[in-house]
Each structure stands twice: as C-alpha cells, then as structure tokens.
Ligand binder design. Structure first.
Ligand SMILES: *[C@@H]1O[C@H](CO)[C@@H](O)[C@H](O)[C@H]1NC(C)=O
Ligand SMILES: *[C@@H]1O[C@H](CO)[C@@H](O)[C@H](O)[C@H]1NC(C)=O
Ligand SMILES: *[C@@H]1O[C@H](CO)[C@@H](O)[C@H](O)[C@H]1NC(C)=O
Length: 355
C-alpha cells in the first residue's frame, strides 16, 4: 500500500511542485525513452537494411541469413589489366565519336589470290555511281590483271595469306587501313574474288550508308568446331563465354574499322593461340577473331549476321561453291527472294553478295 501511495503522491507532487526538486527522478524516464528510441531506430534500420552487413545477419539469424545468399552482390567483376583499361578507353572514345562526311562512300575491299574473275560484272555494277564508292584489292599470290577502270591502280601492298592463320586477319586489317585513308568511306565491305552483287548499286548503297551498325556474322557454337577451339591461353582477356564464331565476310561501319585497325591486345591473343594445330585443335583465326572481338567491345553494335550469302549446308571446311551450271536464274531468284522475305521479316540474314 505504501508503494501505491507513494506512487500516487509522487505523481501528484510532480504536477504541483516545481521541477527542480524532482529532477533526478525525471532523468531516468528520459534515458529510458532515449534508449528505447535508439533501439527502435536500430531495429527499424536493421529491418529495412537487413542484409547489408554480416552484423544484421547476427541480429536476425532466422530471417536474414537465409536470404543473404540470394542478395549478396555478384562476384566482383574481374579486375582488368592495364592493357585492357587502355584499350577499352580508346575504343569507347572512338565509338562515341560519330564520323562525319558530306560525301559518304562505300569501300569495296577485295581479298583475292590474283585476278578477279568477276571484274567485268563489278564494272557494270559500279558504272554511273562514280564518287559513291572506292575499290581496294589485296592480291595475296599473283599480281592481278585488271579489265575494269574501277580496279586499275587499286591494288594495295599485299602479303601472302595462309588459310586459317592470322595472316588472313592481317590482310583484312591492311585493306581496312588503306580504305580508312579516305575519310569519306563510311562502310567497309570485305569481299572475296568469287563474290557477286545480288542487288543493284543504289539498293546496296542506301542499305549500307543509312545504317549505324556493322554486319558481322556472330554466333555461339558450343560444339567442337566452336568453343572446342578455344584455348585457355587467351585468358584473362578472352573468356570462353565471349568466344564466338562467324563467317569471315563483313561490312563494317567506320568506327568499327578504326577499332579493328587499332586493336593489338585481342588480335595478338588470336595470333598466338588460335591457329590450325595449336594444342591439337583447328582454330581458324578469321572465323573467331572479329565475332569474339565485337562480342567483348561492342556486342550491340553488330547485327550478328553478314550481308554476304554463304551456303554451309554441305558441312565441309569450305562453303558450297557454285559451278557454272549451278548458277541459274532460279538460284539467284531463290537467294534474293528468300532474303527479301526472311531478312526484312525476321532480321535473319540479308543476302547482298555471294562469295
Ligand atoms: C542505331 O540507331 C538506332 C535508332 O536511331 C538506335 O536506337 C540504336 O541504338 C543505334 N545503334 C547503335 C549501335 O548506335
Ligand atoms: C548480337 O549478339 C549479342 C550477343 O552475342 C547481343 O548482345 C546483341 O544484342 C546482338 N545484336 C543484335 C542486333 O541483336
Ligand atoms: C530454291 O529453294 C528451294 C527451297 O529452299 C529448293 O528446294 C530449290 O531447289 C531451290 N532452287 C534452286 C534453283 O536452287
């Protein structure tokens, strides 16, 4: 009873009497309130941010620890090497600087052993479109004899090309470097001596000039002729998840031509570790370098398909080659019509040249 009274008394006293006398007893509730507030704030914080630290996990073991596995940040991205940091910086700047040209042209770059069998056909194709194109010829075996004025004096200094080896890439880079000298060249089309145009010049010109992507064939092939050719010697720059395959013939926008010519880092990996016979594999550099390079540095900038039609249906080392009796009106119609419907509708493959 005494306690109850005392309690009543002290409550009554508090209301009447001046605070000074009772200060010590007022301090206690404030401390408690502060403490409770602090604990509340801590609990609210811990509830809202339950998994940011392992302390939270300690405080709420039953709730937090289970979720922690799902919410942990992904493993930190690999630390890039100095060369990669430098390379990515240069590439990003080039990609962010769109080229300007008052008089855009298409560079037609021919990779051939010698004379071009279809030069007369190309002559007809180019006729009347002077100023909208430029021609470059890389003849790796014999000096070509030219029959078209568009090809005369268009040979660039060339070197031998060994199938499957990096010398093929070297030749492509040599063509690109020569074609880049002309600031008006906006798309760089790589063609073989057996390519023929399937559409007229205007059609191809507008198609290529009004695009902001490159047409580089690229796909993931998990089989022995794709990822099976990958070598771990390419690490850390080239990981198997980025390893791609694709036919060699491309059409590339100017910025991409720039970064291909500037690239030493990734190219050297393919030079050293992607060649026929290395580690008992048959790595063909020209089928993997560009698709893999673009997968790493600008995956959204390429179409993943090429503007050249190649028939791999025979599943051999080389694509189907068309003999004279194969090349009928029906065949050409087939390829172009197939393309007309498929390319525009499904964005699959556009057929402009036949290598
Ligand atoms: C190309 O242009 C389109 C439309 O202007 C844009 O959405 C796209 O991001 C561009 N692509 C590249 C690789 O610049
Ligand atoms: C090409 O493939 C890459 C993945 O390898 C993808 O990121 C990119 O968006 C694709 N490009 C187009 C135009 O679909
Ligand atoms: C045209 O394509 C169809 C279907 O792909 C094929 O059956 C036919 O043989 C082709 N014709 C020629 C002339 O290639």
């Amino acid at each position: 009873m005494k306690t109850a009274k005392f309690w009543c008394l002290s409550m009554g006293d508090m209301q009447i009497l001046p605070g000074s006398r009772y200060r010590p007893s007022v301090k206690k509730p404030i401390w408690i309130i502060v403490l409770v507030l602090f604990v509340c704030v801590f609990l609210i914080c811990a509830y809202i941010y339950p998994l940011r630290s392992s302390t939270a996990c300690y405080v709420f073991p039953s709730r937090g620890c289970k979720v922690i596995a799902d919410q942990l940040p992904p493993l930190p991205a690999r630390e890039y090497t100095d060369d990669e940091i430098a390379s990515h910086a240069v590439i990003r700047d080039i990609l962010n600087t769109p080229p300007v040209s008052q008089n855009p042209k298409i560079a037609f770059m021919f990779l051939t052993p010698g004379s071009l069998p279809f030069e007369k056909l190309w002559d007809k194709f180019f006729q009347g479109h002077e100023g909208k194109f430029s021609v470059y010829v890389h003849a790796s075996k014999t000096k070509p004899v030219h029959v078209s004025r568009y090809f005369v004096n268009r040979d660039i200094r060339s070197s031998q090309v060994v199938w499957g080896k990096i010398s093929m890439i070297d030749a492509e880079r040599r063509l690109l470097a020569n074609a880049l000298q002309d600031l008006d060249n906006q798309q760089f089309v790589l063609l073989s001596d057996s390519c023929v145009p399937l559409f007229n010049f205007d059609y191809i010109f507008h198609y290529l000039v009004h695009t902001n992507i490159s047409f580089v064939d690229s796909f993931r092939d998990p089989g022995p002729h794709g990822n099976g050719r990958y070598s771990e010697h390419m690490l850390p720059e080239v990981e198997i998840k980025d390893f791609r395959k694709g036919a060699q013939w491309f059409s590339m926008k100017r910025q991409h031509a720039d970064i291909v010519v500037a690239d030493h880092l990734y190219c050297s990996k393919f030079q050293d570790f992607c060649q026929p016979g290395f580690e008992g594999k048959n790595c063909i550099a020209d089928e993997h370098y560009l698709p893999t390079f673009f997968k790493i540095v600008d995956p959204g900038g390429i179409a993943n398909w090429s503007v050249t039609h190649v028939d791999w249906s025979e599943r051999k080392w080389h694509p189907k080659s068309y003999k004279a009796q194969d090349v009928t009106y029906g065949l050409l119609k087939n390829i172009t019509v197939w393309c007309y419907y498929n390319c525009n509708l499904h964005n699959k493959a556009y057929t402009i040249f036949i290598p």
